[in-house]
Design a protein around this ligand. Structure first.
Ligand SMILES: [Zn+2]
Length: 351
């Protein structure tokens, strides 16, 4: 990374731009597109579009799993014309990122009926045939996508869903208008600005030293256990939310807690998953399960959890053996559990 020298910068901003790292120039370019509608419209001319239908992304199948096709503005205009739609529909697209060469990426949903516009839903199967792909539920496809594609589609789906649900001002009831990038909506009546939001969720792997606590709810696949999770209440810090959730769900009081990482999760609507490791207070080992929240919770040894990660052990559930598993690799819960196993033995596990 090349750092920029402050003095020279003030003279020639263009020269300065060349000295900034690729990451910084890309970030500033995206910032410009979010702030400047004309610049964003210009970026659409050379940009690429990810297509959705009722929040399901267009995917193609290959022998290596799913491919995520993109179309150019020209291809998109041709497609809309073919189905008798006006190009103004492109105004509904949202900016979701850009390449290092500043090719802007947008997402557009062809299936949602925007209540503040006259754009009708395009026929799903006919569009699929025209584009040689299929609109696939993101939840079903997510574990077969690479991390770059999944992250981009997560952002796209979350942003499209947010716009779909914020068509009207909650104060005046008037239709709100999105900016070109889709980074905000404004009520023309009272100028209230609405920004896309995520709900913070804490996810905590509780340990008593040699064991960790995993829990399950009845909606999980049989045999799957994970770390404790819950939404932050309004006014709470992350630390307070972690301590409250653990007390609520398993009746334990925490001693130390340590932040690990975070992840955006789009299902069922946008959450910011904030992952922490925590240890219980000395002597606090008796779990009191809150059955209103959980089906079961228990302490597991390092060996048991390491085997669950490798999927080579079983667990008894309702007197029947099921493969003991933890959430899939892409999830932050998996990372948290893997981290704990690695910490126990001071060694790294393969990805
Ligand atoms: Zn309003």
């Amino acid at each position: 990374m090349i750092l920029c020298c402050g003095l020279a910068c003030r003279r020639t901003s263009l020269w300065c731009y060349r000295l900034l790292s690729t990451y910084v120039t890309k970030t500033r370019y995206l910032f410009e597109l979010k702030e400047d509608d004309d610049a964003c419209k210009k970026a659409q001319q050379t940009g690429a579009f990810y297509l959705f239908h009722n929040l399901a992304p267009l995917l193609q199948t290959s022998e290596h799993g799913y491919l995520v096709p993109r179309v150019s503005l020209l291809e998109l205009e041709r497609l809309l014309a073919k189905f008798g739609q006006v190009v103004q529909r492109i105004e509904d697209s949202v900016l979701i990122g850009c390449s290092e060469q500043h090719e802007a990426w947008f997402a557009l949903d062809l299936g949602l009926n925007s209540s503040s516009s006259t754009h009708a839903s395009l026929p799903k199967s006919e569009v699929e045939t025209a584009l040689k792909g299929s609109f696939t539920e993101l939840r079903k496809a997510v574990f077969q996508l690479n991390s770059v594609d999944s992250s981009l589609l997560f952002t796209a789906q979350a942003l499209l869903r947010w716009h779909d649900g914020h068509q009207f001002c909650s104060r005046s009831g008037q239709p709100t208008k999105k900016n070109t990038a889709g980074s905000k909506r404004v009520c023309p009546f009272n100028n209230i600005i609405y920004y896309p939001q995520m709900a913070p969720v804490v996810i905590t792997l509780v340990s008593d030293g040699p064991r960790c606590l995993l829990a399950r709810s009845s909606s999980f696949p049989k045999g799957m256990y994970t770390a404790l999770a819950g939404f932050c209440d309004i006014g709470e810090s992350v630390e307070e939310a972690v301590r409250r959730e653990v007390a609520e769900e398993v009746g334990l009081e925490l001693d130390r807690l340590q932040y690990s990482a975070s992840q955006h999760w789009p299902f069922p609507s946008s959450s910011l998953m904030i992952a922490c490791h925590a240890t219980v207070k000395p002597g606090q080992t008796e779990i009191q399960v809150n059955f209103g929240e959980l089906e079961a919770a228990a302490w597991f040894s390092h060996d048991q959890v390491a085997r669950a990660l490798r999927k080579d052990t079983y667990i008894q559930q309702q007197n029947e053996p099921f493969p003991f598993s933890v959430p899939p690799k892409l999830t932050i819960a998996h990372q948290l559990i893997k981290e704990w196993v690695e910490q126990q033995t001071c060694s790294s596990l393969p990805d």
